[in-house]
Design a protein around this ligand. Structure first.
Ligand code: SAH
Length: 519
């Protein structure tokens, strides 16, 4: 690891990086690359914690916390950055939005320059533009505004130097501009609007305030210079919020694309494991929901690969290969590779799969699936075979260590000789009450989702062990199919949603229609 240690006397580089307004997808590729390489990361209060997963290996310091004496003093942060660069190669100073837009990035860069520490700036998506955009407000528009000013509203009246900077804001000039975007201006909203009106801006000028922009919890209020302060106060709008003043605000009803998403503002628990969680979470977020991930299942290799390996060694002997889980597919493919066998080794076989995800994974790997469980349950798959297809046939069935036997019995009843090979084990992870609460947040989610019976059973066990069962078991649940629904009900959950087709896509659609009826 010679490269990792920094050459003596030569300081590392400090990257002043913008993290964007909140939505983790608005992080730039360059910012992500910096985070991945970082040794140390100093981040601010307004950085979405989800973004910090890109720097899992770095030491992280929260320098945005408000202590009893206000913010972490700016001079101290600059000093920390200089010290850090003397000891480490890659230091990241991560700031909400863009580092040079009201982020005091300029001051930090000056301090680094003075100390002779090399730095780079990685601009970010600023909340001044992105938050209005997520509220359906373009900051410029050919008909409504050809210039825009970003103004600081000075959230914190205790901050030193406030008077001097206030004096520097030319409200007379701002009152003549078509569009203003105010940051840090929740508490001072009324005062600043009054200044604009005194300076000649019409009290009927449209204005909007947007709290927690680009987050699933985004809220906004629309009014004018006279009414908005009252509306914001009544709604309890608090920092962080961006305020837009000008005719561009009129576009909001037409262009409101984010707050109108079908699952906007809903908090939905995703209980799948690892990679498999991401597709459901991704689709839920696309629909506007906040996906809370709690891995309720852990997939592990079998105690021994012997049975599966033996079967693969004489794969020519089988007529059918059946998968009822994507985990079994993954395990099978990895063992197949060990034997240096590819799709050609299986051309004589017919492959049956339960569930679209299982089938999709097989097809990606180049194995055509000739039979898909009709309604995606193993029972239906079993029924769909005719006795004539199975009589005297040899079936290889790689599956979980613990599984229901009904399916295998059905195949045997139809005359098949079925060989079960353990391909994986699944178990409930150990999660403390604190971890569960951290994943779920302090309020119960709006919905639980189950994509397999095992996740429902495991979640029930986890909640009971953590003493959280009372709080969560009445939350409505969505199950991907009838088998999962039955298991979830047996575990004590109230299943309120099940799609007709048992795919992730259909599940998310069913959830959306469930909530649209509840509105
Ligand atoms: N450098 C940042 C701004 C820092 S000042 C940027 O470019 O975005 C902090 C102010 O930014 C907050 O008081 C608020 O006005 C605004 N802000 C940042 N993130 C926000 C968000 N997600 N929603 C609403 N306002 C936000």
């Amino acid at each position: 690891m010679a490269l990792k240690t920094k050459p003596k006397n030569k300081p590392g580089t400090v990257y002043l990086v913008g993290a964007g307004p909140g939505d983790p997808g608005l992080l730039t590729l360059k910012a992500k690359a910096c985070l991945e390489r970082a040794d140390l990361v100093f981040f601010d209060q307004l950085v979405n914690p989800e973004i910090l997963r890109h720097c899992a290996r770095a030491k992280r310091f929260d320098v945005g916390k408000r202590g009893h004496r206000g913010h972490f003093p700016q001079e101290k942060i600059a000093k920390l950055l200089v010290q850090a660069a003397r000891r480490h190669r890659v230091v990241v100073r991560l700031k909400g939005g863009d580092p040079f837009v009201f982020g005091r990035g300029g001051e930090e860069a000056e301090a680094l320059r003075r100390a002779g520490v090399p730095f780079e700036i990685v601009p970010g998506v600023t909340s001044a533009v992105a938050v209005p955009a997520y509220a359906g407000i373009p900051v410029t528009h050919r008909s409504f505004g050809s210039s825009v000013a970003f103004v600081t509203g000075h959230e914190d009246p205790e901050k030193p130097g406030r008077r001097a900077r206030d004096a520097a804001i030319d409200w007379e000039a701002l009152a003549r501009l078509p569009t203003l975007v105010l940051l840090m201006g929740v508490k001072t909203l009324e005062e600043n609007f009054a200044r604009l009106v005194r300076a000649g801006r019409s009290p009927a000028t449209p204005a909007a305030i947007v709290e927690w922009g680009s987050y699933p919890r985004q809220r906004s209020r629309v009014g004018d210079l006279r009414s908005l302060p009252r509306l914001a106060k009544r709604a309890g709008i608090r920092p962080p919020a961006v305020t837009v003043v000008g005719d561009v605000v009129r576009m909001k009803p037409d262009l409101d694309w984010f707050e109108t998403k079908p699952l906007f503002g809903r908090r939905v628990l995703v209980t799948r494991s690892g990679d498999r969680a991401s597709e459901l979470s991704r689709r839920l977020s696309e629909a506007g929901a906040q996906a809370l991930e709690l891995p309720a299942i852990e997939i592990r290799p079998p105690r021994s690969w012997a049975a599966l390996d033996r079967a693969i060694a004489r794969i020519e002997d089988y007529d059918w290969l059946i998968f009822t889980s994507v985990h079994a597919v993954e395990a099978f493919l990895s063992r197949l590779k060990k034997f240096r066998k590819g799709p050609r080794a299986l051309t004589h076989l017919k492959i049956a799969a339960v569930g679209p995800v299982t089938a999709q994974r097989l097809e990606e790997a180049g194995f055509p699936v000739s039979r898909l469980g009709e309604s995606f349950t193993s029972e239906a798959l079993g029924r769909s075979f005719r006795a004539r297809e199975l009589k005297g046939k040899r079936v290889l069935f790689p599956r979980a260590e613990v599984a229901r036997e009904a399916f295998v019995s059905e195949l045997r009843r139809k005359g098949a000789s079925v060989e079960v090979a353990v391909a994986y084990r699944s178990r409930a992870p150990r999660l403390s009450r604190r971890k569960i609460l951290a994943a779920l947040g302090k309020d119960a989610p709006d919905l639980l989702t189950f994509a397999s019976g095992a996740t429902a059973e495991n979640l029930a066990r986890l909640l009971r062990q953590a003493g959280l069962w009372e709080k969560y078991h009445k939350v409505p649940a969505a199950a991907i199919g009838p088998v999962t629904r039955a298991a979830a009900r047996l575990a004590g959950f109230k299943v309120a949603v099940m799609p007709r087709e048992h795919t992730i896509e259909a599940l998310v659609e069913a959830i959306a229609s469930y909530f649209s009826k509840k509105k």
